[in-house]
Design a protein around this ligand. Structure first.
Ligand SMILES: Nc1ncnc2c1ncn2[C@@H]1O[C@H](COP(=O)(O)OP(=O)(O)O)[C@@H](O)[C@H]1O
Ligand SMILES: [Mg+2]
Ligand SMILES: [Zn+2]
Length: 336
């Protein structure tokens, strides 16, 4: 009964992809985030914010073990975290550099190749590659570090190369380039690196640079880095994943990539619940819960539930109307 919800009962099937649809203000977030997610968190003993108004949560609660809300907030608070550190790929890359002949001779350990701790990093900029100058009446100015020229490391570290590339060159590669580069050699350490990077490519983030600060990623990109992290986690307990409007700002090609990732989660025994009004996602759902019929006071009801085909037959549903058109154009396409 939170916000505009009209004391509704809603069923969420497990181990499939459910989409909660409806016009803006129809009560999707009130239902899924405020009530369902927060009540589940409490149930699994993870505390958090007070759930919205509801009377009872019941079902096969022990079929899943935890719930994750995959939001668009930054993956790390500092400018030092990046997709490669978040997925632990950089740990494996540093190990590879420490194995090189020159590094062994100099006694450089893997931590010497970190820009987060003292040792090999440039101390002038503390491994950031840039110096931020605070200006009193203007925005801060970010300048390239004069000591390392933006390379983030001391010269003796930059002298260590793996197949002609130093650690700074590797951080400057995109995920796609790095996967290609490390695939050229069939070594065990190279395989570990690729295994860590692959999930980022799988969620469509191959164009991002390894060393790109997480503070420069868009909300949708941050959300997909988190998704990649869950995909890289093989031995995970059965989890219920919730995504609030994950397609915001995505190109059609990336929406397809995202759908494949959702599928991977379900194949591993997880459950996916998505709040979304993108028709390409809705038409692929196993189950749709359509909220509405309008936004605000005139919303907060479950208009209809079922497969996309069943929603398309519901005349009271706006989603159904658009879905009917979408499914019809699919058929046309197939007939041609
Ligand atoms: N914190 C709040 N206090 C009062 N009303 C709210 C609050 N949050 C949302 N609402 C109202 O509840 C209704 C449903 O909102 P919401 O669940 O965010 O819809 P949706 O996610 O479908 O866009 C809207 O009319 C909105 O104005
Ligand atoms: Mg919402
Ligand atoms: Zn520097």
């Amino acid at each position: 009964a939170q916000n505009n919800l009209k004391s509704i009962d809603v069923k969420f099937p497990l181990h499939v992809m459910t989409v909660v649809s409806g016009v803006s203000g129809s009560g999707k977030s009130s239902l899924v985030r405020d009530v369902f997610y927060r009540a589940l968190l409490r149930h699994y003993g993870e505390g958090g914010e007070m759930p919205g108004t509801y009377s009872r949560l019941s079902g096969d609660m022990d079929r899943i073990h935890s719930v994750e809300f995959v939001d668009q907030n930054p993956i790390g608070k500092s400018t030092r975290s990046n997709p490669a550190t978040y997925l632990k790929a950089f740990d494996e890359i540093r190990k590879l550099f420490a194995e090189q002949q020159g590094a062994k001779q100099m006694g450089f350990s893997p931590s010497y190749f970190s820009f987060n701790s003292e040792g090999g990093r440039c101390e002038e900029c503390k491994g950031e590659g840039t110096i931020t100058v605070e200006m009193q009446f203007m925005a801060d100015i970010v300048l390239e570090c004069e000591s390392c020229h933006g390379k983030r490391y001391k010269q003796d570290v930059l002298d260590i190369e793996y197949r002609g590339k130093n650690i700074s060159d590797v951080l400057d590669m995109t995920i796609n380039q790095a996967i290609e580069f490390f695939s050229e050699v069939n070594g065990s350490q190279e395989k570990r690196i690729i295994k860590r990077l692959k999930p980022l490519q799988d969620v469509g983030l191959g164009y991002i640079k390894l060393g790109q600060s997480s503070s420069t990623l868009s909300g949708g990109e941050n959300q997909r880095v988190k998704l990649a992290f869950f995909l890289s986690n093989e031995k995970q307990e059965s989890t219920l994943f919730i995504f609030d409007e994950p397609t915001t700002g995505l190109h059609f090609h990336d929406i397809n990539t995202l759908l494949k990732s959702f599928n991977q989660l379900i194949e591993r025994g997880h459950t996916v619940v998505i709040i979304e009004h993108n028709m390409d996602i809705i038409k692929c759902a196993d189950h749709v819960i359509d909220m509405g019929p309008e936004g605000g006071k005139e919303g907060g009801y479950v208009v209809c539930t079922g497969t996309p085909e069943e929603i398309a037959e519901c005349s009271a549903s706006y989603t159904g109307m658009f879905l009917k058109e979408k499914l019809r154009s699919c058929f046309k396409f197939i007939e041609k």
